[in-house]
Ligand binder design. Structure first.
Ligand code: CUA
Length: 315
């Protein structure tokens, strides 16, 4: 699809799925609008009043006709529903092995954090032909991450992580917008996604000063905040050992189980009493107000990096 003033470029694998459904809806709406308009004009002429004292006939009912014009729209709306749900499902379930990038929205900028440590503002460099997963949160109000060329869009909500994924298919520069009114400079909260060939991307990654990886930053914080005094790998700590926890099922005191994902780790740092692990006391203090969103991301990445049986890695 060529770029046009009315239509964004298609630069992701999801794009043509979304466009096809869009054109289907446009075609259905166009067909029925035309049909109805033509019939209105036709019937208006055919059944016009011919003399001043003409009395109309009683309306007749035709059950078959009624059933038909109920069934056809039903079938069409069901097709749209199933088709739309399938696209929604595919677009909200990232495949394995994605390249993860953290995003923090803030009045009025987009802050990107790569796992290797690179940080960017209002610019995001990614390689072409990779599955990219965006894990986003907001520091203040609700923003909305929207890249028309990839046909992806999600509200970025404070206090939680939202994820979104896409697979860019073409190199180039694509506009990024905030699509949720977030204050006086909302319209200026834009940026660019730069999709690069793998060699260009590698060159970009290795350019600039050497960066501390997000995991290392998190590891440093883990020590600085004294998390490591209670969360010890030897299970002798007052808090649960975190090795191998990420991605696993955690049994809570309440008897429920939760999957330890990014959102769970984040919540457990900010609101430790919300979901206490079974067998432990709710003694952990909150770190609300002591760690920034960026520091939280680093801590989450550090917890993610702690694999079972690698006790020596934690500091
Ligand atoms: Cu951020 Cu609108």
């Amino acid at each position: 699809m060529r770029t046009s003033l009315l239509f964004p470029e298609a630069a992701s694998t999801a794009a043509w799925h979304v466009d096809l459904l869009y054109f289907f809806l446009l075609a259905v709406a166009g067909f029925f609008s035309t049909l109805i308009a033509v019939l209105i004009i036709y019937f208006a002429i055919k059944y016009r009043r011919r003399s001043a004292h003409e009395i109309g006939e009683k309306p007749k009912t035709n059950l078959l006709l009624e059933a038909t014009w109920t069934a056809i729209p039903l079938v069409i709306t069901l097709i749209v529903f199933v088709w739309g749900a399938a696209i929604f499902f595919a677009n909200t379930h990232p495949p394995d092995g994605t390249l993860d990038i953290y995003v923090v929205g803030k009045q009025w900028m987009w802050k990107f954090q790569h796992l290797d440590g690179q940080r960017e503002i209002d610019e995001l460099h990614i390689p072409v032909d990779r599955d990219i997963r965006i894990i986003a949160t907001s520091e203040d109000v609700i923003h909305d991450f929207f890249v028309p060329a990839f046909r992806v869009k999600t509200d970025v909500v404070p206090g939680r992580y939202v994820t979104l994924w896409f697979h860019p298919t073409r190199t180039g520069r694509y506009r990024l917008f905030c699509a949720e009114y977030c204050g006086t400079k909302h319209s200026g909260m834009t940026g660019e996604v730069i999709v690069m060939s793998p060699p260009d991307y590698q060159a970009w990654l290795s350019g600039g000063q050497a960066q501390e990886s997000l995991t290392d930053t998190g590891s440093r914080l883990f020590g600085a905040l004294a998390c490591n005094t209670c969360h010890r790998a030897d299970t002798q700590g007052r808090g649960p050992a975190l090795e191998g926890v990420f991605g696993s099922e955690v049994k809570l005191q309440s008897g429920e189980t939760v999957i330890a994902d990014e959102g769970y780790v984040r919540e457990s740092i900010l609101n430790p009493r919300a979901k206490v692990v079974g067998g432990y006391q709710p003694i952990m203090p909150t770190f609300q107000g002591q760690v920034s969103e960026e520091q939280l991301l680093a801590l989450v990445e550090y917890v993610k990096s702690l694999h079972a049986g690698k006790a020596g890695q934690s500091r």
